[in-house]
Design a binder for this molecule. Structure first.
Ligand code: ATP
Length: 259
């Protein structure tokens, strides 16, 4: 049976009177890429932030790598935090640090290694995401959107995580750069054995790299399964997303042999 590395049960999250998550349950299996979809404002980012403990839930439970968010001691939870990497929606690199220094930021806090070794390891992470030694010396304001995402990904990989939380990694990228980033995420999953929780609006990413998709509506997971399951779902939002005009185009392309 698949091993669940993230388990959320009956989550409720509210901001004032706005109940965003309402009885949401979900599990993510080791080694899979899970794509989380839903309308704008449906609570995808809130779910991600709740799983990593940045948003306080009003009900339910979250367990990551076997550690329960509510019963774990501070030390236990901190130890779990070091086993994941996060790529936030807006990249969130530190603007006053170079790319290399950004990648080293967490390493400096967590790893007791010499500066020389840290430089080597950080450079290896940057190479892994396709950035060069010249890029490493740049500041975030000097990077293109695609390079920023790659740098943020390298930073998320800096302390060798087992889980990656990605919030819309391809948003704002042109289709070619987005496709390259998808490939990179897939390669990282395969070579490093990562488990990936990915919020996305990108149908291309869902088709290209996700093993499973979970759709959020009305504060809950309303559909959960591979793309083939999504294509049969009757929930109105899921149906409109996967079988509406744009969704149908992707489904049709899938069925046609490549020329
Ligand atoms: N810190 C916060 N304080 C108050 N309300 C919040 C906060 N964070 C999120 N919300 C609200 O929670 C709801 C869900 O937001 P969320 O960012 O999770 O949506 P999303 O599904 O990720 O949307 P998008 O696809 O547009 O990024 C929205 O109504 C948003 O206004």
């Amino acid at each position: 049976m698949a091993e669940s590395v993230i388990t959320a049960e009956d989550l409720e999250v509210s901001f004032g009177r706005n109940k965003v998550l309402d009885g949401l349950s979900l599990s993510v299996n080791r080694g899979e890429i899970l794509g989380v979809v839903g309308a704008s404002g449906s609570g995808k980012s809130v779910l991600l932030r709740t799983l990593i403990g940045l948003v306080t839930k009003t009900r339910g439970s979250v367990s990551v790598l076997g550690v329960d968010q509510d019963t774990a001691s501070e030390e236990e939870w901190q130890a779990v935090e070091r086993r994941w990497g996060v790529l936030f929606q807006r990249g969130a690199l530190f603007s006053s640090l170079t790319v290399l220094q950004n990648v080293q930021f967490l390493m400096r806090e967590v790893l007791a290694i010499s500066q020389e070794l840290m430089d080597e390891v950080a450079m290896a992470k940057l190479e892994m995401v396709g950035l060069t030694a010249a890029d490493a010396e740049k500041y975030p304001s000097e990077l293109s959107g695609g390079m920023t995402k790659r740098a943020a990904l390298a930073r998320a990989l800096s302390i060798d995580p087992e889980i990656m939380f990605l919030d819309e990694p391809t948003s704002g990228l042109d289709p070619i750069s987005a496709g390259e980033l998808d490939e990179l995420i897939k390669t990282l999953q395969q070579t490093l054995g990562l488990t990936v929780f990915m919020v996305t609006h990108d149908l291309e990413s869902l088709y290209a790299i996700c093993d499973r998709v979970a759709a959020i509506a009305d504060g809950k997971i309303v559909a959960d399964g591979p793309i083939s399951t999504m294509l049969k779902e009757e929930h109105p939002w899921v149906k409109a997303y996967f079988r509406g005009q744009r969704g149908s185009l992707f489904a049709a392309q899938r069925e046609q042999p490549a020329l």
